[in-house]
Design a protein around this ligand. Sequence first.
Ligand code: MSP
Length: 512
Amino acid sequence: MENKKYYITTPIYYPSANFHIGHCYTTIIADAIARYKRLNGYDTFFLTGSDEHGQKIEKKANEAGVTPQEYVDKIITDAKDLWSSLGISYDKFIRTTDEKHCIAVQKIFKKLYDQGDIYKGEYKGLYCTPCESFWTESQLVDGKCPDCGRDVEEAHEEAYFFRLSKYQDRLVEYIESHPEFIQPVSRKNEMINNFIKPGLDDLCVSRTSFKWGIPVPFDDKHVIYVWLDALTNYITALGYTSENDDNFKKYWPANLHIVGKEIVRFHTIIWPIMLMALDLPLPEQVFGHGWLVIDGGKISKSLGNYKDPREYINDYGKDAVRYFVLREVPFGNDGAFSEESLINRTNADLANVLGNLVNRTISMNKKYFDNVVVNSDATLEIDEILISSVLSAKEKIEKYMDELKIPEALDEIFEIFRKCNKYIDETTPWILAKDENKDRLKKVIYNLLESIRIGAVLLSPYLPDTSKEIFRQLNTSETSFDSIDTFGKLKVGDVLNEPSPLFLRIDKEKLS
Ligand code: MSP
């Protein structure tokens, strides 16, 4: 029997009081995939959380005059509030300051030490504090951190090291023999050619220069390197090494880790080697997505080029923001964000195509049939064409979603709505309404209502609130994935709710 479980994760975020739309990107995508898998009958576990240790946090807390724990506690409420305002349906929110996580990380560190994969040595290197990353001279770009372009500083300290070098050949072999492991392929090539093949140095996995981290269990002068601490969240969240590890047994290995392109390196080198050392299976796939960029560059606090995402949600609605992110950017590439393109997308697709279709169909049903669902046998070829294309959408979308082609899947759903609008123009119900015999009108309106129902089921992982509102107006509980294998689930005689617009056109003048 097919194993219908699905475990999907986002990166765990650094607590930040400055969340921007780029931070929402990964999480909205992961949410849509998780909702899609649930709809498709998978026992799904969707994990997100926060990455709360490290020197950067310690510094910020000191500046704010609070303890690091107080500092992160306050921001975490804000993060959860943001995810809730975007309808993020995570099953667990892990914090790396959770006691259970800390205990598990210590157990893992000790196990790796006991088996000789972690050893004590002396570290001399170049460290980028904002990125919490050590770099070698050759990895620097113009003498600066290759990730953020800031200065790096020399660091010397007694430290523990993780024997990445021992696993190098096994890792290359694994990546080469599992082409789906790192996606898109361009990122796989980058990892192999730029990072792994030139030779993996053993990784420094402890620090003594600050305190805010998980102590090395047998040497508490040292705290455990944040990336080692953070990456293990994917298994500690499932109860790995704890008394209750049912979720671990059920869901591990992960089906998909979605991460931004700058952290693919950690997820496809350090993480798989940790898993190999722990003798655990590797995740099926790490997908490295591109960034949302503004004016061609990174969204950045120092450039002051962004708003709090909640402002967009308040102004345009949660589903408009979700739709933009899911539809506009080819997954894997960078994509431009601007408020103007968010408005254009909302107006063109959500208001003009979808909103208009649903509103005029339900309004016609009210006008001609007093909100009652009607049907007839007066079928023409044009109906068959519409119905067969509506029924064939599900399979196409399943294929796109298997390849994580979300914009293409959404476009396929909107193709249903566009075809329905065309069907209205071609069948001209307002002229049919003049006929004495209303059979043809009944058929046309029924086909539209049922096509909208099917479209709304398909749309539900991406725009959950919008689908819910369509189901409410259609007064239907036929919302399952199986229900759309059949055309004809709306029951004749049922009474629809009053029509009400789903999306209003946004006036661009609103842009200041
Ligand atoms: N804490 C680490 C992840 C540890 S996972 C074991 C981290 N946190 S982060 O807050 O800096 O970033 C979280 C995610 O947001 C990353 O995947 C990152 O790529 C993503 N994004 C941050 N800015 C972004 C854009 N402008 N566009 C798209 N995604 C971006 O990294």
